[in-house]
Write a protein of this length. Sequence first.
Length: 83
Amino acid sequence: MLDREKAEIGALLTLEEPTKPMRTEAASAGFYDSPGFKKKYPRLQILTIAELLDGKKIEYPQTNVTFKQAPKAKSKGAEQLPL
C-alpha cells in the first residue's frame, strides 16, 4: 500500500486491538529515515481509536514538506474595477 501510493509513512486506525499478523505486517514495512531530523519513524503505524482518545499520535517529522510555498505576488498598485 505505501509503495503503491508513493507514501513515506502511513497509518491504520482501528477500533479493535491489532492482531499479531497486523503488527508483523506493519513492522515489515520498515522505517522512514527523516533527512535533517536524524530520526527513524515506523513507515506503517497502527493506532486504535482508544489510543487516539488517550492522546497517542502518529509519529512523523514535524515539518510541512508536502507543499511548496507559493511565490509572492508583485504589487501593481491599487487597481480599480470599472463601474
